[in-house]
Design a protein around this ligand. Structure first.
Ligand code: SF4
Length: 394
């Protein structure tokens, strides 16, 4: 569920998010409840949800009563598995005791906190609206409220960031003791202030070698502290991997609600209208606010299953792939897999194919072998494209 509002825009962010507009927010929340009810009425939805993820934007910007209503609306509309993971993304400075109590009482059992760096000068330079001290105060409040599954987001490769600063951020987060840490490299997206600065030659980025060193340092520091890198950018204490993100990486099915939210459902990828007003207008007419629909054919589903699955440290389960598509990965991509195995970019063992340690830092250039390739046999058997009909999503 996408909450499309923030207190201020970070300079690197290209998410579909807007500055808070109180009247628009009320319309949006009413529309979201209608959308949830419409999505839940789909007769194809036969299994309980294994995960609910409220992201944004800044979900914690909503008033306590609004959060309560939203969480109640989800539970009214959908059946949740007894051990479903229910995550809410929060930013420091918007998360007080009252909101935390509402989240806990509403069944939220995982929080994801945006930090990015621990140096206040870096936080200011990237447009964050909090300090490191604000974050620490929020983190203590979260723990006091009883949340025992917490993710912290960090970004490396920030303008002006040194390797020492990055390591200091990692060590400070380790000292806090969260269950999960996400470390993403900065990306420059057209339309963002950082992109404009970069085009004008005014953005001092650390450079490729420094970024690679930061990527490696994350693995070392978090590894020493007992975190396992279970996906290229994600680290968790054993057993605390994100159920929600695994659904994406296993190319599973999901429903998205809210402005601009994507769904991957019954062989289709579809995206909602982007602007909250346009989104609410469609729902006011009683219809789903979808404005982009792409059919996911077998070929695309096979490519996606490889590209997403190889991001996981456990790699692609060859048996699961064969049950889904009627062909093993090697039968589907004979030349690419043979070449990548020979060149040492892939490893095959125990019925799984995964990236080799050398391939992890350069994963995108390895995974490109599975994109729009002529080297694919789609066969005729197996499940329908885009739907993992055989296996549960966790
Ligand atoms: S708080 Fe998150 S969603 Fe909002 S502008 Fe910053 S990065 Fe983007």
């Amino acid at each position: 569920m996408h909450v499309p509002y923030c207190r201020q825009r970070c300079h690197y962010c290209d998410f579909n998010t807007y500055l808070l507009d109180p009247a628009g927010k009320v319309r949006y929340l009413g529309a979201l409840e209608r959308e949830l009810a419409l999505l839940a009425a789909d007769p194809a939805l036969t299994r309980p949800l294994v995960s609910v993820y409220v992201g944004g934007g800044t979900p914690s910007i909503l008033e306590p009563a609004e959060l309560e209503r939203l969480l109640a609306a989800v539970r009214r509309a959908f059946r949740l598995a007894p051990d479903a993971e229910v995550t809410v993304e929060c930013n420091p400075g918007t998360l007080d005791e009252e909101r935390l109590a509402v989240l806990r009482d509403g069944g939220v059992n995982r929080l994801s906190l945006g930090l990015q760096a621990v140096q206040d000068e870096l936080l200011r330079a990237i447009g964050r609206d909090h300090t490191w001290a604000d974050f620490c105060a929020t983190y203590r409040r979260v723990r006091r409220a009883g949340f025992d599954n917490v993710n912290v987001d960090l970004i490396f490769g920030l303008p002006g960031q040194s390797l020492e600063q990055w390591e200091a951020s990692l060590r400070a987060v380790v000292d806090l003791g969260p269950e999960h840490v996400s470390c993403y490299g900065l990306e420059l997206h057209p339309g963002t202030p950082f992109y404009r600065e970069w085009e004008a030659g005014r953005l001092q980025l650390p450079g490729e070698d420094a970024e690679r060193a930061m990527f490696d340092r994350a693995y070392e520091v978090l590894g020493e502290a007992g975190f396992v890198r279970y996906e290229i950018s994600n680290y968790a204490r054993p057993g605390r991997e994100s159920v929600h993100n695994r659904v994406y990486w296993l190319n599973g099915s999901y429903l998205g609600a809210g402005p601009g939210a994507w769904s991957c459902w019954r062989g289709e990828r579809r995206r909602n209208r982007l602007h909250p007003m346009a989104y609410a207008a469609a729902l006011a007419e009683g219809r789903l606010p979808v404005d982009v629909t792409e059919r996911v054919d077998r070929r695309r589903a096979m490519e996606d299953t490889m590209i997403l699955g190889l991001r996981l440290a456990e790699g692609v389960d060859e048996g699961r792939f064969a049950r889904r598509f009627g062909l093993t990965p090697e039968e589907a991509f004979p030349r690419a897999i043979r070449r990548l195995l020979e060149e040492g970019w892939l490893v095959r063992e125990g019925g799984r194919i995964r990236l080799s340690p050398a391939a992890v830092p350069v994963a995108n250039s390895v995974l490109v072998a599975f994109v729009d390739t002529d080297d694919i046999r789609t066969g005729a058997g197996g499940g329908p494209g885009g739907v993992d009909a055989a296996a549960p999503t966790r």
